[in-house]
Ligand binder design. Structure first.
Ligand code: ADP
Ligand code: ZN
Length: 531
């Protein structure tokens, strides 16, 4: 095969216009591109769909040598390289999926300077073979894509990324550009620290995604709620439904298919052929719904994903933002819908408590979950709260495109019910030395004569039956909101309720707790709520 001749480019704008076919740079692209062409390091925080790729692809074309792109998305490298080749860019990749002959060819092209861009997997860069190879060619720049994978607390941590600090030591004169769609200051600092990007200029784009409508509803009957959402608002649309477990993925994919909505499953338990087939069908066919664990989605460039639905609570706001960010890359109206209930909190806490991480890890995971809960329970604009989490300001106090702004939730003073609930937990513990989950505590407040109430003689408690003014669903809301505010915690395998340091603030009447009124979710009429 004769190597393709290089496309001569005279400037960044020339490359943008003639190779990529775009009239103008978007947002901060021009500044970033020029900075890297001049040899500067850069740390780029830009939301999904913001146009990160051009930020390193154009400098790679303009600077002499080959742009080396480190990406964890091995499954997508072939697609990325094919897309670039169609444009006439000389691109290649090196990863574990190739045989010896394919690798040898790419390596030869690299050494001969016949490539503009070379994609490599992070684990490859750690090997002496690849490092020696890179020494034999001229490197235009290093682009570290999905740079948040270096963050150890993050949801996408890849140990191989830690070794990338070596780039700076081994090739000190090659500019580096790290890119991510994760935006917290903490993650940014961790990326800069671990990759030794001390001199890098930081570019932070707005993380607002105005075309995404954020909605969070109480989980009653998730299957039916999901089906109603898809039928009423997204008939024939492509979308992603995220579930926490593989079993739940399989169950919901089957359920949607049985109800006339073409759906495919995706999770790490499926063999790699099935995963690849389902992924490529989702990308290429219209109107397919991918039901998946969070194993699916990073780097997926499908512009017309019209909705992202979460049937389980994400573990962090970062995760939620990343996952919902896969909707509406084309800028058209899209929905981010999440159904969550008390059981989610119990389950995630259990996962954190039972995890292998040390105390610091668990504390951190707990904090991430708390922030996610706070987003769920907020009575104000979801977008505002989301952006505030990323230390960014919302364009206005009311975005007009989230459930809080579209149908402002009624808030009510839940201080007294909160006190009743906390005293129930307190009394069970003090007077009986017992811990129970939300269900039993609520039964006590409602004065229910269940078997379990009789067994433990809970009728004798002074709090028995003092909460009949609220419905069970409302009590569950009170528990959720106390958990979200850190006034109550769940622990152990059975999700027992325990008081926290902050519980006393509520018990002593030092805080007023305004709560989100439990309204039946927009389109789910009737049915009893157990969320
Ligand atoms: P990210 O990696 O930040 O998620 P991409 O680099 O994949 O985003 O870009 C998202 C989409 O926007 C792509 O389809 C890309 O071709 C397009 N795009 C990027 N920059 C521009 C631009 N300056 N003008 C028009 N379209 C652009
Ligand atoms: Zn809003």
């Amino acid at each position: 095969m004769t190597p393709a001749p290089p496309i001569p480019v005279s400037s960044a704008t020339d490359a943008l216009n003639r190779i990529f076919g775009y009239p103008e740079f978007r947002g901060q692209q021009r500044e970033i591109v020029e900075h890297v062409i001049d040899g500067g390091d850069a740390l780029v925080l830009m939301p999904t769909g913001g146009g990160k790729s051009l930020c390193y692809q154009i400098p790679a074309l303009v600077r002499p040598g080959v742009g080396v792109v480190i990406s964890p998305l091995i499954a997508l490298m072939q697609d990325q390289v094919d897309a670039l080749r169609t444009l006439g860019v000389r691109a290649g990749f090196l990863n574990s999926s190739q045989d010896f002959e394919e690798r040898r060819l790419v390596e030869a092209e690299f050494v001969a300077g016949e490539l503009d861009l070379l994609y490599v997997a992070p684990e490859g860069l750690g090997t002496a073979g690849v490092q020696r190879l890179l020494d034999r060619g001229k490197i235009a720049l290093f682009a570290i894509d999905e740079a948040h994978c270096v963050a150890q607390w993050g949801h996408d941590f890849r140990p191989d990324y830690l070794a990338l600090s070596m780039l700076h030591e081994r090739w000190p004169d090659v500019p580096r550009i790290a890119l991510t769609a994760t935006a917290t200051t903490a993650t940014k600092d961790e990326i800069a620290g671990r990759l030794q990007l001390t001199e890098a200029r930081h570019f932070t784009a707005s993380f607002d995604r105005p075309n995404i409508q954020y909605r969070i509803v109480a989980k009653n009957e998730p299957k039916r709620q999901l089906l109603e959402l898809l039928r009423a608002e997204h008939a024939g649309d492509a979308g992603i439904v995220y579930c926490l477990s593989r079993a739940s993925v399989d169950k919901h994919a089957a359920y949607l298919s049985a109800n006339g909505i073409p759906a495919l499953p995706y999770h790490a338990g499926l063999d790699s052929r099935t995963r690849a087939t389902n992924q490529s069908r989702f990308l290429r066919e219209d109107g397919l719904v991918m039901v998946a664990t969070i194993a699916f989605g990073m780097g997926i460039d499908k512009p017309d994903v019209r909705f992202v639905a979460h049937l389980d609570l994400p573990k962090s706001v970062e995760g939620y933002y990343q996952e919902t960010g896969r909707a509406g890359r084309d800028g058209l109206p899209s929905t981010a819908w999440l159904a969550y209930g008390l059981q989610d909190v119990v389950q995630l806490r259990k996962m954190i408590d039972g995890s292998e991480g040390d105390v610091a890890f668990r504390r951190n995971a707990g904090r991430h979950l708390d922030a996610m809960l706070a987003l769920c329970e907020t009575v104000s604009c979801r977008r505002g709260q989301l952006l505030a989490y990323f230390d960014q300001e919302a364009p206005s106090a009311s975005c007009g495109n989230c459930d809080s702004c579209l149908t402002p939730p009624e808030s009510w003073d839940g201080t007294v019910p909160a006190q009743k609930l906390l005293s129930t937990v307190l009394r069970l513990q003090r007077e009986r030395g017992q811990k129970f989950g939300a269900g039993q505590s609520i039964d006590i407040l409602l004065g229910k004569h269940t078997e379990k109430v009789a067994q433990f003689r809970h009728e004798d408690l002074t709090v028995f039956g003092i909460g009949t003014d609220l419905r069970e669903a409302e009590w569950r809301g009170v528990v959720r909101q106390l958990l979200a505010g850190g006034y109550l915690a769940v622990e152990g395998e059975y999700g027992t309720l325990v008081l926290t340091e902050r519980s006393s603030e509520v018990l002593r009447g030092e805080v007023t707790l305004m709560m989100r009124r439990e309204i039946p979710s927009q389109r789910s009429r009737g049915g009893s709520s157990s969320g």
